[in-house]
Design a protein around this ligand. Structure first.
Ligand SMILES: Cc1cc2nc3c(=O)[nH]c(=O)nc-3n(C[C@H](O)[C@H](O)[C@H](O)COP(=O)(O)OP(=O)(O)OC[C@H]3O[C@@H](n4cnc5c(N)ncnc54)[C@H](O)[C@@H]3O)c2cc1C
Length: 405
């Protein structure tokens, strides 16, 4: 994974190479984790899709063109899971806020509790003595990727066998995954913990691990906790209510504009740049916001490369900006005489939090934050109010809306 090139061209090459496998090959083989360097039954497109170097709609179109709707059902569903999770978090932003607050509290406890500190450090260093878990911790740190099944097993063992706080595990993932995404990661962990589909925690099973690692790992049953209950009791009030989608201010043609390119969406060339009076443009490095702890160099380098590639494709010269003090954003835009900052829609997560912090200061300067939205998101998000089933039921309609059916 470390040799992945963070460009649209490299993502599209990977997409073309995997397209022949998006049908039955994927459906039959996707659950097996063959280990680092051998992840051939899954696409490994996630770092590209996460940054929209490759679009979900292009991935789905390639699958359908190569195999037709029946054979690609599973693959298309998996791609749509991402949109489901993103929409779900857009509609329940309280869950993101409580994750971040809870993480701060967990990190404060870690400072005081030496035993917990030792156990968490051992888990992250791959030194628990449980061979499969230790190998996945090492793979994650060294490559920035884990197979989906390994993510499920790892999270389950972290929570139920090692008894460690789930948010510290989610944070460990978020700091190291090249595809790290606030929605997929937070909700993936919550799902394993039994907090998303409440009362249905995911149990890592010894036989299942042996089967789906093709015998690379054969943990004993006694080494893994028997999971009888999830973490629902830690959230006795249940899930917060579904909120309406955040209203979006669209860019206005002709207004003096500061263009912001972030790794939320690295294909600004898809939008109508020519309609804008662009006075300044910046690529914003925000990967370090993922966590209060240091974020992996692999992640930061991938972001840097993706932003350089995005800027080159947009054909616009940019300054580089670090997402530090949000007032810096205001100064930059005001200094360029901009009355609107334009960027592709920024979903719930660390970058959104940072932009929200800047919003009052922007308003004081008379600068509006405007966003472009993608049809893919607007097609899925209205259905992302409950379980995945509701979205799944609507997949034919979503594909039709996207002219993909
Ligand atoms: C605890 C946990 C944490 C996770 N954290 C992240 C994360 O931070 N970022 C992330 O992109 N995915 C996350 N996932 C989902 C999934 O594991 C990855 O998207 C997938 O493993 C990426 O590998 P791939 O590109 O080879 O997937 P493929 O199987 O080839 O799937 C194609 C694409 O579909 C999407 N996708 C597939 N499965 C899922 C899923 N279960 N949920 C959401 N999208 C999916 C991804 O964009 C992926 O690139 C997490 C899952 C779990 C259980």
């Amino acid at each position: 994974m470390t040799d992945l090139n963070p460009t649209r061209a490299a993502g599209e090459e990977l997409l073309a190479a995997f397209a022949p496998k998006m049908g039955r090959h994927y459906a039959n083989g996707r659950n097996t984790d063959h280990g680092p360097g051998e992840h051939n039954a899954v696409s490994m497109l996630s770092p590209y899709i996460r940054r929209r170097l490759v679009l979900e709609s292009d991935v789905v179109a390639a699958a359908l063109a190569a195999h037709g709707p029946e054979d690609t059902e599973k693959f298309v569903q998996e791609v749509i899971w991402r949109g489901y999770f993103k929409g779900w978090l857009e509609r329940r932003p309280q869950v993101w806020a409580s994750y971040r607050n809870g993480l701060d509290a967990d990190l404060a406890i870690l400072e005081r509790n030496r035993r917990l500190r030792r156990d968490v450090d051992r888990a992250m260093a791959g030194q628990t003595g449980l061979a499969c878990f230790d190998a996945w911790a090492t793979e994650l740190v060294e490559t920035g990727y884990l197979h989906n099944h390994a993510r499920m097993w790892f999270a389950s063992i972290w929570i139920f066998t090692l008894g460690l706080p789930w948010r510290l595990g989610a944070d460990f993932f978020f700091r190291h995954l090249l595809d790290g995404d606030a929605a997929s990661n937070t909700l993936g962990w919550r799902w394993v913990a039994g907090l998303h589909t409440r009362g249905k925690p995911y149990a890592a099973d010894a036989q299942n691990i042996a089967t789906f690692t093709a015998g690379r790992f054969t943990p004993r049953r006694s080494e893994l906790a028997e999971v009888t209950q999830g973490l629902e009791a830690t959230e006795p009030d249940g899930l917060p209510p579904v909120l309406p989608l955040r209203p979006v201010t669209l860019p206005q043609p002709g207004r003096s504009t500061a263009l912001l390119i972030t790794d939320e969406d690295c294909r600004v060339e898809d939008f109508d740049l020519a309609a804008l009076d662009i006075r300044a443009a910046a690529k914003l490095m925000a990967g370090h916001l993922r966590s209060p702890l240091p974020v992996s160099e692999l992640v930061l380098r991938f972001e840097d490369g993706a932003l350089a590639d995005a800027t080159a494709r947009a054909g616009i010269s940019t300054v580089e900006m670090q997402a530090n003090d949000p007032v810096g954003l205001v100064r930059w835009a005001a200094g360029a005489g901009a009355t609107q900052i334009v960027t592709p829609y920024v979903t719930r997560g660390p970058l959104r939090d940072w932009l929200d912090e800047a919003t009052p200061a922007l308003a004081k300067e008379g600068i509006t934050l405007c966003e472009w939205q993608r049809d893919w998101d607007t097609a899925i998000w209205p259905h992302a109010t409950a379980g995945f089933f509701k979205v799944k039921r609507n997949i034919p309609r979503i594909l039709e809306q996207m002219s993909l059916a």
